[in-house]
Design a protein around this ligand. Structure first.
Ligand SMILES: Cc1ncc(COP(=O)(O)O)c(C=O)c1O
Length: 368
């Protein structure tokens, strides 16, 4: 970037729909006999739900999943016509809106199934608790929930608590779900269970449909470790800013709030207009690195609401590109690395990027 900086916003995100299509292809090859429901909740984990949903459908996704009625309505307003499942239990006043947008809702309990039947046009999937103990009917309640829902029941599913980390527990959840499926006929009903980790690593959980989220974005399901590219996934988002100012620090001078970083020797410091208001987390203070002129540069001191300071060499100039997440030259900063350094997971890194501060653009870089 030249010194007369022309950036889309102070900090911006570049999303690669080609990478999303590639990831859908990778996941479909791992579950070749199953349909794929693309989980695009929370604005597609911060990547932009409409554009990501389009890419997923182009690559062969059969349906979409969201968490709120508003998320589903946004996809319908954008003209997407595939089935859309809403995962969470909805309050009664949201159900007519779900019906108006032809969203498929989830029954999580006997009262929840009864509420759904008050809206005659609604289609529902039944969620079964097989061990995560967060949502869903108990296996013993499945028969009654089915009777209440009658012909509007079109799917049955469960969710794994630790498919990325605990094979034994995942196997036990699959066994409990299989017992539910064996207890009564489920012909014509879509059966699904596998999140990204189970799609990649537990073929016994694929059933008629898999339901990955994080892997669509080229992120590793283990959260703060693992290399997604080793699983054939391509990270779909880069987060970039620019050098807005460079200054020389004398030995002993401090940087940013609290002056927690002090120059041990004369050095150069570059300020980038990105802070925790953009979603660059404050817990990265003093721990992260960014890429400038192809090299890793240490974050000096605290992340503030609107700016960060990185240690640089004399040759760095105003207008140079700052890559906070993504590749520059031979170097790459992954969401897993940022998650680990921030004390969180890759999911929260991308989902936390604030679209009111960070403009997103969409351009194929790598994908098919
Ligand atoms: C019910 C359900 N299914 C699937 C997913 C996708 O999980 P992942 O992003 O780990 O693939 C989620 C995400 O939390 C979920 O809540």
């Amino acid at each position: 970037m030249a010194a007369g900086v022309r950036a889309p916003s102070r900090t911006w995100a570049e999303v690669d729909p080609g990478a999303v299509r590639h990831n859908v292809g990778t996941l479909k090859r791992r579950a070749p006999n199953s349909r794929l429901m693309a989980v695009v909740k929370a604005d597609a984990y911060g990547h932009g739900s409409v554009e990501v949903a389009r890419a997923c459908i182009e690559a062969g996704a059969h349906s979409l999943a969201v968490v709120t009625v508003e998320e589903g309505a946004e996809l319908r307003r954008a003209g997407l016509e595939v089935p859309i499942l809403v995962f969470t239990d909805l309050l009664p006043d949201r159900l007519p809106l779900a019906e108006a947008h032809r969203l498929v809702v989830t029954a999580h309990s006997i009262p929840s199934a009864r509420r759904i039947t008050a809206n005659p046009g609604l289609e529902a999937h039944l969620k079964v608790n097989t061990g995560m103990n967060r949502w869903g009917v108990e296996p013993s309640e499945v028969g009654e929930a089915r009777r209440i829902l009658g012909p509007r029941l079109t799917g049955v599913y469960t969710h794994f608590a630790s498919a990325d980390s605990d094979e034994g527990e995942t196997r036990r959840q699959i066994e409990r779900f299989d017992s539910v499926l064996a207890s009564q006929p489920f012909g014509g009903i879509l059966v699904h269970a596998a999140n990204s980790a189970a799609t990649l690593w537990h073929s016994g959980s694929h059933y008629a449909c898999v339901r990955p989220g994080v892997a669509l974005y080229g992120l590793h399901p283990a959260g703060d470790e693992g290399d997604p590219t080793a699983e054939g996934l391509q990270p779909a988002m880069a987060l970039k800013s620019y050098v807005a100012g460079v200054r020389r620090l004398d030995r002993g001078e401090g940087v940013s709030y609290g002056l927690t970083y002090r120059a041990g020797a004369p050095m150069f410091a570059a300020t980038a207009p990105v802070g925790y208001a953009e979603g660059y987390r404050r817990t990265l203070s003093g721990k992260a690195e960014a890429l400038i002129r192809g090299l890793r540069r240490p974050l000096l001191g605290r992340v503030t609401m609107d700016a960060c300071v990185f240690g640089v060499d004399e040759d760095v100039e105003v207008g140079d590109e700052v890559v906070l997440l993504g590749t520059q030259g031979e170097e790459r900063i992954s969401a897993e690395e940022l998650g680990s350094r921030a004390g969180t997971i890759n999911y929260e890194i991308t989902t936390g990027i604030n679209p009111r501060r960070v403009e997103r653009s969409y351009e194929d870089v790598r994908g098919p």
